[in-house]
Design a protein around this ligand. Structure first.
Ligand SMILES: Cc1cc2nc3c(=O)[nH]c(=O)nc-3n(C[C@H](O)[C@H](O)[C@H](O)COP(=O)(O)OP(=O)(O)OC[C@H]3O[C@@H](n4cnc5c(N)ncnc54)[C@H](O)[C@@H]3O)c2cc1C
Length: 454
């Protein structure tokens, strides 16, 4: 506050963070007639958007609310007003009006027609500048306070003040993009409840897949860079199409998915791997035991898999080329008729029970083989952390934020939006849409509340 008791305001509204939510908040606020500054600690805005959708930016999903909301993994009702205020169709129209051609692809996922994430960033930044938003980049905010009259922000380079503040600092995922969770401590200082955060849409690490065990500092965290074990090397790179995947927590089946999964240098990923990752990480984080079970033959009943295995075994036995094969060699030939060649080694290592008996006197257990094809079970040792998780689950409790404005229920003039909130979704464009919608609503509400004060 200055000598006369008024703020020496940098702008009417300051937005901390020039990510997806912050940029939309800036555009809405400036179009609402406010003077707006967006402060971004990275040298350029929206570093994270740059890496979305593998650089192609799946910026929204055009499903109607009833279906869209089923992909939100937290309290979806909270997002309903923001979604209708800036729906996926409105987001597409907004980008098109600002010169970006878009396409909708399989699964209702929308992309820039150029398939370049940088085009989305340029469109948003240009729209913000055209609306009059001022950018301060390369200089982050360290602390945020309210002095009774205005918000006072201490940055690494300058001090700022404003009447309305939008915190749009994102979550903790991919900290190299600037999202290091700074907003949580400021929200907590204003009295907000922060629900425990954990990485979601991340690789799950099967037991024995990596050379080292869990990082003891964060329960279940196995850094992405931890080297692969022999088993990990045998499985890494394999992509499974149309398989079943079940998640068991403390021996109870909690989720069942069908689709594609990938074994990567992190562990198990791909669409259905990601789909179960939230429940799995949360369980491990809370000290439960997690196990996944892959069904390599989801369309076939176990009884028929048994029959198929026996018929393959009979064919192999009859084949004169099999006569001099070792037991292991024969098993490899059988597996070659049941799965892609590149999977055989990893599958055998992961299912040692298929060969039983003492060394030198082993035999193939056909029942175990058939069961392993239907129920390839792997305990999950841990998960890849924020260093490579797509999203952060948990965050500022939505119970203390007005869903129709994104304003804090605890501190008037404070707005919270984006991944900072306890909001996370499946892959498919849902996360960015939620960031755009909540950001837009926050900026719009902040600007209109400013006018109602005057
Ligand atoms: C690899 C990857 C791929 C993804 N792909 C998709 C996809 O295709 N589709 C989809 O819908 N979602 C995708 N997501 C998720 C999506 O990108 C995020 O949910 C979304 O970007 C969140 O937006 P946000 O504005 O809340 O936060 P962010 O985009 O994280 O932006 C926060 C900004 O705040 C800045 N900031 C933080 N602290 C400070 C500070 N102290 N001072 C100043 N500035 C600060 C940060 O530098 C950052 O620029 C992906 C995420 C990742 C990691």
């Amino acid at each position: 506050m200055n000598f006369f008791g008024y703020c020496n305001m940098t702008s009417d509204i300051i937005i901390i963070g020039a990510g997806a939510s912050g940029l939309m908040a800036g555009i809405a606020a400036a179009r609402g007639g406010a003077t707006v500054t967006i402060i971004e600690k990275m040298p350029r805005p929206a570093r994270k958007i740059m890496i979305t959708g593998k650089g192609r930016c799946n910026f929204t999903n055009v499903k109607a609310w009833n279906e869209f909301s089923q992909h939100i993994r937290s309290k979806s009702n909270f997002l309903r007003p923001a979604f209708y205020n800036l729906s996926p169709e409105k987001m597409i129209a907004f980008l098109e009006e600002n010169g970006l051609e878009t396409v909708v692809e399989r699964g209702d996922r929308a992309f820039p027609a150029s398939h370049r994430a940088s085009d989305v960033i340029d469109t948003l930044v240009n729209a913000a500048k055209a609306a009059g938003v001022r950018f301060e980049t390369g200089c982050g905010i360290e602390s945020v306070e309210h002095d009774g009259e205005c918000f006072v922000l201490t940055g690494y380079c300058h001090k700022y003040s404003c009447k309305k503040l939008v915190i749009a600092t994102g979550g903790l995922s991919y900290p190299g993009t600037g999202s290091t969770g700074d907003g949580y401590k400021w929200a907590a200082a204003f009295g907000h409840k922060i629900l425990p955060c954990f990485p979601s849409l991340t690789a799950l690490v099967p037991k024995g897949y990596k050379t080292e065990a869990v990082n003891p500092e964060i329960k279940g965290h196995i850094d992405r860079s931890t080297p692969l074990s022999e088993l990990g090397k045998a499985l890494c790179g394999i992509k499974l199409k149309n398989v079943g995947l079940s998640l068991y927590i403390n021996d109870n089946e909690v989720q069942n998915e069908f689709g594609d999964l990938d074994f990567t240098d992190g562990g198990i990923e791909g669409p259905i791997g990601f789909q179960i990752s939230r429940n799995c990480v949360k369980a491990i984080f809370n000290g439960s035991k997690a196990r996944i079970v892959i069904d390599l033959k989801p369309g076939v009943e176990l009884e028929d898999v048994h029959k198929r295995v026996r018929s393959v075994w009979n064919d192999v036995q009859k084949d004169p080329r099999s006569r001099n094969l070792s037991v292991k060699g024969a098993l490899k030939v059988i597996l070659g008729k049941l799965m892609p060649q590149e999977m055989i080694l990893g599958f055998m290592m992961s299912n040692p029970g298929i060969l039983n008996g003492k060394k030198g006197n082993e035999r193939i257990d056909m029942n175990v083989l058939a069961e392993s094809l239907k129920e390839w079970a792997m305990p999950v040792e841990g998960f890849v952390g924020y260093e490579r998780s797509v999203v952060t689950a948990g965050g500022v409790s939505t119970d203390e934020v007005f869903p129709k404005t994104m304003e804090s229920r605890l501190r008037s003039g404070l707005y919270l939006c984006g991944e900072l909130l306890d909001v996370d979704c499946d892959t498919g464009g849902y996360n960015l849409q939620c960031a755009f919608s909540t950001g837009y609503l926050a900026g719009e509400s902040a600007a209109s509340s400013l006018h109602s004060c005057n």
